[in-house]
Design a protein around this ligand. Structure first.
Ligand SMILES: *[C@@H]1O[C@H](CO)[C@@H](O)[C@H](O)[C@H]1NC(C)=O
Length: 441
C-alpha cells in the first residue's frame, strides 16, 4: 500500500518534472575543440568540460567540414577527433550527463579550404546531397552523437560603413544598383535547395532518432538563404549567431558595438546589425519562438586606435587601424576572450601599469541595450591605443532576460573555451555561462 502511494507520488512528481522540462530553456554550449589543443592558461580540459555540463542542455562540438569533391562530412582534425579519440572522449560524457544532448557541427567558419563548396553542395542535386546526408548520419551514429548542427558557410553581407550621412546614402544607393551589395545572384535558388537539403537531412536523422539544428553564422543574411516557415518545420532549433555584426577585420577603419541587443540610436546605423532585428525577422516569418536561440559571444572584438581616433572612446570610433594585437591566450588578432578583457579592466594589479599593460577605461552600459566597451586612447606617438566591444556577464544576463521575456527557446554561447573557465577574473569559473544560465532558470 505504502509502496503504491509512493509510486503514485513518484509518477506525479515525474510528470511535473516532465512538464517543467518541456518549457525548460535551451542552454546551448558550443565547444570549439581547438580549445582542447591550446596551451597554457588557454588549454581547455575534459575536467573543464564536465564543470560546464551541469549548466548546458546541449553541447555542439565544433567543427567538422565537408569534402569539396564528394560533399561527404569529414573531420577537419582527424588527429584529434580520431587518433586521440576526442569525438568519443566527449560523447562518452553522456553516460554521466544523460540530460545533455551532443551534436556535431559542420562549418562554423573553420572549414576554410574552398569555401564556396557549401554553395556547390546545394547545387549538387539529390546525388551530392544524399552523399552529405548519408555521411553525416553515419559519422554521428558511429561516434554516438545525438545529432547534427548545420553551420554552413554561406556568402556574407558585404561589410559596410556602420553609419551613413547623406553622401554615403547616395553612394550606397548607387552601389545597390551597380550590384555591389549583391553577393549571390542565385540566392533564391540556393534558398530552395537548402530547404530541400534540410528537410531530407531531417528525415534521415529522425529515422534514427537524431536531432538537427541550424546555426546562422554572423553576417549571413537570413533573408537570402532561409525559407523560415519550411526550415522551422525541419529543425529542432535554430541558433542565431547574433554577434560580430561589426568586426575589426570586416570594418578595419571604424569601431562600433559588435553585438548590441537593440538598434543603437542616432548616427543612422544599419538597422539589421543587432540581436533584436535578427530575432524579429525570424519571428515575423513565423518561426516558432520556442525553437529560436540567440547567440552570445564569450569574447570581445578589439580594434587598434590611432591618434586620430580621439580620446572619448565614444562609438562610432573613427580612424581605427584594424585588429588590435592578439591576446596571449586567444592568439587571434582582434579577439580577446572574457578572461583577457577582464584582466585589462582596472584592477589592483594594473593601476600603475604603463604602455600595453595600462588598464583600459571601462564604459559600462547602464541601459543594458548595447553592450559594454573599454578603451585606451593612443598616446602622441600613436601607440597602445585599443577599443574593445564585448558582452560581460551583466549584459549577457540581460540578453538572457530578453530571451525569457519573449519566450524564446534559449541561448547559445559561443563558446565554452573562450569563457573564463579557470576563474581568472573573479575566481568564478565560467562567469558568462553562469550569468546566462541563472537568468534563464
Ligand atoms: C539582408 O540585407 C538587406 C540589404 O543589406 C537588409 O535590408 C536586410 O534587412 C537584411 N536581412 C537581415 C535578416 O539581416
Amino acid at each position: 500500500m505504502l509502496s503504491l502511494r509512493l509510486g503514485l507520488a513518484l509518477t506525479a512528481l515525474l510528470s511535473a518534472l516532465q512538464l517543467s522540462s518541456a518549457a525548460k530553456p535551451h542552454m546551448v554550449c558550443y565547444y570549439d575543440s581547438l580549445g582542447f589543443e591550446r596551451r597554457g592558461l588557454a588549454q581547455f580540459t575534459l575536467t573543464d568540460m564536465e564543470l560546464a555540463l551541469q549548466f548546458c542542455t546541449h553541447v555542439i562540438y565544433g567543427y567538422a567540414g565537408i569534402n569539396p569533391d564528394t560533399f561527404e562530412l569529414n573531420s577537419l582534425n582527424p588527429r584529434l577527433d580520431f587518433e586521440r579519440r576526442h569525438y568519443a572522449q566527449i560523447t562518452v560524457l553522456k553516460e554521466k550527463y544523460p540530460y545533455v544532448k551532443f551534436l556535431l557541427s559542420v562549418g562554423g567558419d573553420r572549414d576554410l579550404e574552398q569555401e564556396d563548396k557549401y554553395i556547390k553542395l546545394l547545387e549538387s542535386g539529390l546525388q551530392g546531397q544524399k552523399r552529405f546526408i548519408d555521411s553525416a548520419r553515419d559519422v554521428v551514429r558511429r561516434f554516438n552523437f545525438d545529432g547534427v548542427d548545420l553551420a554552413f558557410q554561406l556568402p556574407r553581407n558585404k561589410p559596410r560603413k556602420v553609419h551613413s550621412d547623406v553622401g554615403m546614402a547616395w553612394k550606397s544607393f548607387k552601389k545597390f544598383f551597380t550590384g555591389d551589395f549583391v553577393v549571390d545572384t542565385e540566392a533564391e535558388t540556393h534558398k530552395e535547395q537548402l530547404t530541400g537539403l534540410v528537410s531530407n537531412l531531417n528525415t534521415a536523422l529522425k529515422a534514427n532518432d537524431l536531432l538537427l539544428s541550424l546555426t546562422v553564422l554572423p553576417n549571413v543574411n537570413s533573408t537570402w538563404y532561409f525559407d523560415v516557415p519550411a526550415i522551422g518545420r525541419s529543425v529542432d532549433f535554430v541558433n542565431l549567431a547574433t554577434f560580430d555584426f561589426v568586426t575589426p577585420t570586416r570594418n578595419p577603419e571604424e569601431a562600433d558595438y559588435s553585438s548590441p541587443l537593440y538598434e543603437v540610436p542616432d548616427q543612422s546605423r544599419l538597422p539589421h546589425y543587432n540581436v533584436n532585428f535578427q530575432m524579429e525577422h525570424w519571428l515575423l516569418q513565423r518561426m516558432p519562438a520556442s525553437k529560436l536561440n540567440i547567440g552570445i559571444a564569450s569574447y570581445g572584438r578589439a580594434w587598434k586606435l590611432t591618434t586620430d581616433s580621439g580620446t572619448t572612446g565614444q562609438p562610432v570610433v573613427a580612424e581605427t587601424n584594424g585588429p588590435a594585437p592578439a591576446g596571449s591566450q586567444s592568439k587571434t588578432d582582434g579577439l580577446l576572450n572574457w578572461a583577457e578583457i577582464c584582466q585589462l579592466l582596472p584592477n589592483p594589479s594594473n593601476v600603475n601599469a604603463k604602455g600595453n599593460a595600462a588598464p583600459l577605461r571601462r564604459v559600462s552600459d547602464s541601459t543594458k541595450r548595447l553592450g559594454s566597451y573599454a578603451y585606451r586612447a593612443a598616446n602622441e606617438d600613436g601607440e597602445y591605443g585599443m577599443w574593445v566591444s564585448y558582452d560581460d556577464p551583466d549584459t549577457a544576463a540581460s540578453k538572457a532576460q530578453y530571451v525569457r521575456a519573449k519566450n524564446l527557446g534559449g541561448v547559445a554561447l559561443f563558446d565554452l573555451t573562450q569563457d573564463d573557465f579557470r576563474g581568472q577574473c573573479t575566481g568564478d569559473r565560467f562567469p558568462m555561462l553562469r550569468a546566462i544560465k541563472y537568468r534563464l532558470l
